[in-house]
Design a protein around this ligand. Structure first.
Ligand code: 13P
Ligand code: SF4
Length: 340
């Protein structure tokens, strides 16, 4: 192996800080992963070089399902903390590593376990549905978890007579309420700062200047309602507006006959979309929509993680046991690809 990169990586004064995604880096990542009997999972919002080195890339539901089944002893989760925590809940006997444990999520931070206890006390007979973007403690107080790709199926599976508490994302909640037509649904007023920032004005402007494009919108976006409004009032053809999870976007891209697609979600998504459908011109509705937490997983952080076996993700076994039932119900409900 060439001196410079790896010697600098492992011994150099700057430690891992000067590391970038060179072919030597890729070779070393693969070697260390084999040595640890580790599989690398990456979310669709990861940096392109992290997605390209991963064994599996997908949305949060697909990655949870993979984490529950992989044969390797160690899971390296290139995503944010709640995702790695979910993998640990599903596979408590495995070692779960995240390249940077500071990779949080503003949406998961928008509700605490105490908040949820207080809310449940107000609606003691309600069924609690929590988005997977929550802490393990919140999941432990939940009846069924969901992700953006199966939220509609999860809510539709609940007795229509029962009140539902849906948390924490207000835009996903509004989307589910719209699609299921359910009235007895209380929605927590949380949001993801990245998706909430993709607003209706930007979307309207993009739709106006790209009249022939299709539109893929993640249901966490502040502009999801605007997209449907544009379709409803006829300024954008309804059959070209698709509200999709990140995994659902990949499936839709493969099936699309359009030459241009406007994408309303975190910009990391463009990498997998361009790989899935190279003939389509994918454009971000907001090219500043980048999740700083997802981007903490750098080539240097991944190398450090595999070298040092850190950061290891721990979930208190009692909390994990409480959370497991709701997470397991989540991975059993809904189609694998997700969709509208
Ligand atoms: P997906 O469930 O679509 O992968 O989204 C996860 C997420 O964090 C969205 O911001
Ligand atoms: Fe959380 Fe938003 Fe980042 Fe997704 S994009 S991980 S919801 S902060």
């Amino acid at each position: 192996m060439a001196t410079s990169t790896l010697e600098r990586i492992h011994n150099g004064p700057e430690g891992f800080s000067g590391v970038s995604a060179t072919p030597e880096w890729a070779e070393e990542i693969k070697r260390l992963a084999r040595q640890r009997n580790a599989t690398i999972l990456a979310h669709n919002y990861q940096l392109p070089e992290i997605q390209d080195i991963a064994d599996h890339v997908g949305d949060s539901l697909a990655l949870s399902r993979i984490a529950a089944e992989v044969p390797e002893e160690t899971i390296v989760f290139c995503g944010v903390h709640f995702m790695a925590e979910t993998a640990k809940i599903l596979s408590p006997e495995k070692t779960v590593l995240i390249p940077d444990e500071r990779a949080g999520c503003s949406l998961a931070d928008s509700i605490t376990a105490d908040d949820l206890r207080a809310w449940k006390a107000e609606f003691p007979d309600a069924v609690v549905v929590s988005y997977v973007n929550t802490t393990a403690e919140v999941k432990g107080l939940t009846d069924i978890c969901c992700t953006s790709s199966n939220a509609v199926d999860v809510v539709a599976s609940i007795d229509p007579e029962r009140e539902v508490l849906f948390l924490p994302d207000q835009f996903l909640g509004a989307h589910v309420k719209r699609v299921t037509g359910r009235e007895n649904m209380q929605i927590w007023a949380g949001e993801c700062h990245v998706h909430a920032g993709i607003n209706g004005d930007e979307l309207t402007e993009q739709a106006r200047t790209h009249p022939d494009a299709e539109l893929f919108v993640h249901p966490e976006c502040g502009c999801a309602t605007s997209a449907l409004y544009l379709a409803g009032e006829g300024s954008f053809p309804a059959d070209r507006v698709h509200i999709l999870s990140t995994g659902g976007m990949i499936d839709a891209a493969k099936a699309s006959r359009s030459t241009q697609v406007l994408v309303a979600t975190e910009v990391g998504m463009l990498h997998q979309l361009r790989k899935a459908a190279p003939g389509i011109d994918f454009q971000a509705v907001n090219d500043r929509a980048s999740c700083k937490y997802m981007k903490m997983i750098t080539p240097a952080a991944l190398l450090r993680c595999l070298t040092e076996g850190a950061d290891e993700v721990h979930v208190d076994p009692e909390t994990a046991a409480r959370a497991r039932t709701s997470v397991q119900r989540m991975i059993e409900i809904g189609n694998p690809g997700g969709g509208e």
